[in-house]
Write a protein that binds this ligand. Structure first.
Ligand code: PNS
Length: 164
């Protein structure tokens, strides 16, 4: 059984993430979306909500599941017997960020990373831009899976500092 781990912060999950997860499902028997919980990274959505939004987005995909990963990704990969880490690449900047992690993960555990070129239809989407657009009251529903836009809007409103 070939198992792919698709890691990320998913703050929030976007249609770009979903495309990579779907395509990993074509190449692997089982796909585990690994929601990394990194205390040093500031996030908009709490882990439980990010997990629920990912789970809802992948609910129609039979061989895809979600796990919250509080520790090292390679340790999780070892525990589940992963064959590879799968990540999407939108640009050279993504590669610059991803390559050191891929090489370090291989150094730590021997696990290989498989990069999938992002679908041009979703290459412009990023979680940080979704949050920024939502903070400014712009439309995000066509950038994210169903229900995610509403959750982001609510979180942005709740986090908004009071105007003086
Ligand atoms: O969606 P992101 O934030 O670009 O994903 C980065 C992520 C979650 C893949 C990376 O930060 C990660 O793997 N974190 C888990 C902790 C870990 O293993 N760190 C060492 C990576 S070399």
């Amino acid at each position: 059984m070939r198992i792919a781990v698709c890691p990320g912060s998913f703050d929030p999950i976007t249609l770009g993430h979903l495309n990579v997860i779907e395509r990993a499902g074509v190449m692997f028997d089982r796909v585990i979306v690994a929601l990394a919980v990194n205390a040093s990274k500031s996030v908009l959505l709490p882990p439980d909500q990010r997990r629920a939004l990912v789970a809802s987005a992948v609910s129609g995909m039979g061989q895809v599941e979600v796990a919250v990963v509080p520790g090292l990704l390679v340790e999780f990969c070892r525990q589940v017997g992963a064959t590879a880490v799968v990540k999407g690449l939108r640009s050279g900047a993504d590669l610059d960020a991803e390559l050191p992690m891929a090489l370090m993960n291989r150094h730590l555990s021997g696990i290989e990373t498989v990069f999938i070129p992002a679908d041009p239809a979703v290459t412009h989407i990023s979680s940080s831009m979704v949050k920024d657009i939502a903070r400014h009251g712009g439309p995000v529903d066509d950038l994210v899976p169903a229900g995610v836009g509403q959750a982001v809007r609510a979180a942005v409103l709740a986090a908004r500092p009071h105007d003086h």
